[in-house]
Design a protein. Sequence first.
Length: 367
Amino acid sequence: MHQLIILGNGFDLTCGLKSKFSDFYSDRTHGTGSIESIPKDERNVWDVILYEIGQSDPLWCNIESLISAYVFQEDSSGSKLDHIYEQPMWTIDPSNPNQSEHPDNAVCNFVSTCLNNEYVTQKELTGFLLTSLKEYERIFASYLKEQVDNHKSYREKAHEYFAAIRDDCIKKSEQKNLCSSILNFNYTTPFKPEDPCLGIVHARNVHGLLGRTETIFGIDGKDVAEDDPALPFTKTYRLMSLEPYESEAVKLCDSDTCYIKIFGHSLSRADYSYFQSIFDTVNLYGGDTKLVFLYKNYPNTPDKSVDEQAIREELYSRISHLLIEYGNTLDNKDHGKNLMHKLLLEQRLLIKRLDVKSHLPTNIYAH
């Protein structure tokens, strides 16, 4: 019996890591949340972009949504990059930023100063944003490695939670014959496939590994045209640039995969292409694979901020958006429209609490 387990940042948060982007940015700004707390010679253009939108914007704590909004926009309103680029070139006077009529003064002045050039082409701007993003990823990876090194019980907790996820829905009589593959959207590696007690046959960190490969932020490339300036920011494009860590090709699932279990993943649009590929591989509509979405069981607590029903409602919404979007990709549009109904009717769509006695941060879906 084979299953695929998909882990998102909520898994690391459950294990006690401060792995949200907002945690990183708080550390980077020494708890102030202000760019003024970052030495000028250490500032990155993405710091400036974050400063520009302000902490009141919901994009502030989600770096990948921020990248998408800045470099790519699906509708006719255009992205921030498009607005910067109303003409083939733009001119900035770094010595007099307040007099500029450009809609993105802070970002443009920062870029112009760093490149020591008042005239910046679209290619130069896109290249600078991408190079800066790669540096930002390295800074984030350094922060996360420090968190892992300082959290002595992280690996132990990860094993505990993984075992709970692995065994959920599985009869005890079947557990000894169970094989699990892991698709990990985190950069951490708390368990190894060679550990026999975990029953892991394959494990892949799709966005890179701390200390072994680059780590990447990116956007979903499904709707990005090949000539779009946003193409280099897509995860597919970025993944091609990663040095392969594994020496052999690994297939994480197939039509015989019995369960796909998902825990702690935001189900954001940035990762829809991955889910489409997985659902196609197992033939989600016509096959027998069960989808299990797991969330953390909350102990009784007077803390009103922990609202299990609110967590469930949020999860329902995210699952619905994911499956509706996937249904739209099916050749048979009638199948796409009734996909969720079919999965529910066949009891192949399950939403369950994970029964582990431990505390979980309130927002398990934060990036």
